[in-house]
Design a protein around this ligand. Structure first.
Ligand SMILES: CC(C)(COP(=O)(O)OP(=O)(O)OC[C@H]1O[C@@H](n2cnc3c(N)ncnc32)[C@H](O)[C@@H]1OP(=O)(O)O)[C@@H](O)C(=O)NCCC(=O)NCCS
Length: 165
């Protein structure tokens, strides 16, 4: 269990799938995160998932993927939070808690995140944690809303740049 001021991150369990699928299908979440990946267990094993727990309730998902090749070692993060909890700084807090763990406990020196370039709320949230835009990856991800290829913004954070690390 990774502890934050207002939330905890705990390893995902099979019992979380139904709740995560419901959150994923909320319009403000489905807009940026295509629903449908919480239908089978175990999940895609490249990513390591954590349930975001707020007041004892599963409120979202945060996941990380580690590149272990020594010359390119880094970790990537992604997340979603139930819409009713947006706008309270909880997304930024969840990222900070996981980033702290990846840096302090797993020894990473660099973290990345790659929101859709049009996802202004997420980009603002990641900048609040200390992530900086690196560049636009053109036609990188199918936009769940339009079905067309969309651009994503690659952002990174170095260990010493973590706000409140
Ligand atoms: C990405 C996501 C998790 C970010 O969470 P969020 O709650 O929107 O953003 P934050 O946690 O940074 O909170 C920021 C907002 O809370 C407000 N806020 C309120 N209380 C706050 C507090 N105690 N501390 C910090 N911010 C606070 C800030 O003013 C800010 O609002 P603004 O940026 O709209 O001005 C969330 O928007 C989400 O789940 N989106 C849908 C899925 C998605 O896009 N996932 C990312 C794919 S890359």
């Amino acid at each position: 269990m990774l502890q934050g001021d207002r939330l905890q991150l705990r390893p995902l369990a099979r019992g979380d799938l139904e709740r995560l699928d419901l959150i994923n299908r909320e319009p403000a979440v489905a807009r940026w995160w295509r629903p449908g990946e919480f239908e089978r267990w175990p999940l895609d094993d490249d990513e390591e998932g954590f349930a975001i727990v707020v007041d004892g309730e599963v409120a979202g998902l945060i996941q990380c993927e580690e590149e272990t090749e020594p010359d390119f070692r880094h970790a990537g993060i992604d997340l979603f939070l139930t819409s009713r909890l947006h706008g309270r700084g909880l997304g930024a807090e969840a990222i900070t808690v996981l980033a702290r763990h990846l840096i302090n406990d797993r020894g990473h020196h660099r973290l990345v995140i790659d929101p859709a370039a049009a996802n202004a709320t997420a980009i603002r949230s990641y900048e609040r944690v200390g992530f900086r835009p690196v560049g636009v990856m053109r036609r990188y991800q199918i936009d769940p809303a339009s079905g067309d290829w969309g651009d994503n913004l690659l952002m990174d954070l170095l260990a010493e740049e973590l706000e409140g690390g």
